[in-house]
Design a protein around this ligand. Sequence first.
Ligand code: ADP
Length: 501
Amino acid sequence: MQVLQVSAEMYPLLKTGGLGDVTGALPDALARAGVDVRLLLPGLRPIRDGIAGLRPLGEFVAPWGLHMQVLYGQWNGHGVYVIDAPALYDRPGNAYVDADGVPYVDNHRRFAPLGQLAALLAHGFDARWRAQIVHAHDWHAALAPAYLHHTRRHRAHPAGSVFTVHNLAFQGLFPAATFAELGLPKVAFQMHGVEFHGQVSFMKAGLHYADRLTTVSPTYAREVQGPEQGGGLDGLLRQRRDVLTGILNGVDTRIWNPATDRLIAQTFDARRLARRALNKVALQRHFGLARRPDALLCGVVSRLTEQKGLHLVLDGLPELLARGGQLVVLGNGEPELEAAFRAAAQAHPRAVAVYIGYDETLSHRVFAGTDVTLVPSRFEPCGLTQMYGLVYGSLPLVHRVGGLADTVVDAALENLADGSATGFVFDRFDGAAYGAALRRAFALQARGAEWRRVQRAALRQVFAWDAAAARYVALYRSLLPAAHETTRPSEALVPERAVRR
Ligand code: ADP
């Protein structure tokens, strides 16, 4: 089965959040399951420069006339196609925003080619390999199912499409005028298409046209069907609920394993838990915190945005400090949140430490050295940091929402009694509920043996990518026969304008 993974990010080349972790790990797991998997990525500089030996494969033309090279190479044993278009991708800032954090105004042009080329690769652009399934991730790749749909009629063996929502809050919305540049038939700009309240929505294109939809946790798959988390697309998601499933992300244990992690001060596992203490000492030393082995050391590794519920951490800080706790924050994002955490660290240098920035190595040390990982997100499609917290024995304190609800079991008495507890979970998204969960953490810490029992239960959690991959493979399989039968009407056909060398 030939499956093309289409994404804007891939760890370790380019990662701004969980999307990169997922697309960095899933291809290997799919390959282990027997899938012939290839990747399609935009030629953002870290990607183009990070893959050695890329060679030109051909050229295609954007509907607005830009000629783009397609490069081909190998990454971790997988074939990878890279769109080489310096005019689109050689820019300061990160993948999506400029150096000031403002989204590039031509992001529709920067990411539409991902979808366009994905469809071409399903239609024989590469004479040696044809995608039978196109699996697109998040809004950047979401036009792929639309292009596929509108070019299917002409193909004997149309590819099936899967679209995975990693975060419905980022929808890829653009002014109506941009539609003309996408090369989709006029019929696509309507309610049953890519139009969303008079704008072009890449996310909606994926949700409307893909044969199968997934989100990154079962609970989030349910939540997005409601108005609160549906981002205006809940009606469509309810309509399509028969093809929508939630598949929980895994943890890549080649990277995230405290027993083998070279980035942390001291390796450990459930049987050698005492060794973990060295990581706490190292973290306290690194950040200049008071070296108190008994202090409840809480950690945040996060984008600093409204979504992540970090105002609860700020509001709860006086109580955390009053009870003798400490806080380490690794993150960047909204200036107000950055400033608030910086101010807290200045006011309490021995108890609060903040590193504003992105630092992969430090993130490992925070999970290995803290007692508690705070993830009080307002919403959370899957969340990886609570899973990293679990497998590193830093008990997650989370809001019962999305993937957080699916992965953490509260240290309530009944869960402590049967050994299922792995962290602290609060229901209402407010300071009182967060504070109560924090007090449960302090109370459990005071009962050392019980804390260690919960820690061992957390350390033994397995979030296997192979299990997730098996579910994706089942989805791909379910699609293959259907995909071969499908023919749908169309006008249009940008991908046909491809130029082969
Ligand atoms: P999201 O995708 O919403 O940002 P996730 O929890 O799914 O949230 O994934 C976040 C990923 O980014 C995790 O791998 C986390 O460790 C990492 N991360 C977030 N902020 C930082 C940071 N400042 N430094 C290093 N890693 C970070």
